[in-house]
Design a binder for this molecule. Sequence first.
Ligand code: FAD
Length: 471
Amino acid sequence: ACTLMWFRSDLRVHDNTALAAAARQGPVVAVFLRSLPQWRQHGHGINKLDFWHRGVVALGDTLAGLGIPLLHRDIDTFAQSPAVLLQVAREVGAGALHFNYEYPLDEQRRDTAVVDAFQKVGLPATGHHDSVAFAPGELLTGKGDYYSVFTPFARAWHRQLTAARLALRDRPSPQPHIGIESERIRPLPPCAETPVDARLWPAGEEAAADRLERFLRFRARRYASQRDLPAIAGTSELSPYLALGMLSPRQCLQAVLAENHGSLAEGDAGIVSWVNELVWREFYQHVAAGFPRVCRYRAFQPHTEALAWRDDERGFNAWCEGRTGFPIVDAAMRQLIHTGWMHNRLRMIAAMFLSKHLLIDWRRGEAFFLRHLVDGEFCANNGGWQWAASTGTDAAPYFRIFNPTTQSHRFDADGHFIAEYVPELAELSPRDRHAPGEALRAKAGYPSPIVDHKAARQRALDAFKALPAAH
Ligand code: FAD
């Protein structure tokens, strides 16, 4: 009998834990369940769905080179997964199923249902921890709780890390033809939205490996000093690849070890600081698994549920469209719309502007980001939004509200980033781009600020002060 490998957001053949386990058992048949209506319901938009689609096509080609057929089924909801997988298993005569875990709540429930359904008919179905060095629950505080603060989590992560956890999993060897043909990956159904230019985000593990190599060669050593400057391509831009598993964190960390004399925690400051971001990624996956309320549209800090968020359609639309009159915020939002990606510093600025200056419920911003991000990923996105809104783990204390104009001067000193994404301000002198005065705005056809920083800041402080105390 063959073994069934169920691919989800782990679209690669290198260093894939479940695939390696499946291949150890004999010939492999791969299957991908495309659950477009379910992913839409989760809030993903065309940029991610298109990247996902292209990633599956690339995976199919790579698998074909190994003689592994890839089957492709469309389903509407996760609830259909057990029945469809059982049917596929019957059709191909599979004796077992392997997959890599995903940690948000709906995904976990889907996987439990699949394992139960397979068990009922006597077929083993095995989940593997693959996208993290430590499975959720493996790193706990002294009291046995999930960490709710990053720094001690990161310390424990470094302390308990072993070479075995980082060892790359075997790529399957080519297998002889097993009489099952790959299925054509049907194109995405037509929809009203157009994805961003596919050339910005070439899909597949080869493209991912290429980016990783270029990052380590040209950017990593300057990462510590350049990672906050959106005008410079100073970060890896690997987030879409990590989100869909076209690249694994182990591959990243192994590359770091090779580059940094075998260390993740000491040595080159840029590289060490980049490793820290990968740990943040893992932290938020643990948070989603350990505090499932965050997967149910709830704040991590329950007392913040009482916050009096404002209804402000005009403000929300201005933010979405990059017309707030704060050039750095508008440049950020336009970068998101045009490229499907936003620089991390800008994600913080834009998210704080929505949740504090406009005092609009962070969940609306979270949903808007997810709809546009090519790297849209529940755990990191939710973690980032709750951080900015001061409702989450590690959250920014509510009284530390970024002044967007100060941030702009600090991180886009020459106004180059603003000029790129808000071209109507490009004619202005670099100094004037951060907060152009009335006359300059009028001439450029650029809107006036929709809020006054000081007044908006005070309004946010008052709203937070009115909350009941945290427990
Ligand atoms: P690099 O700086 O090169 O970092 C390497 C990798 O580490 C990233 O690719 C990413 O996988 C991970 N990483 C970096 N920073 C973080 C972080 N703060 N939290 C978790 N993981 C991190 N990241 C997503 O992958 N998907 C999202 O949907 C997402 N939404 C966000 C929303 C908000 C409001 C904020 C503040 C942050 C969000 N992030 C998200 C985290 C971060 O902004 C992006 O991962 C990063 O900008 C991606 O660029 P990069 O690949 O060049 O990152």
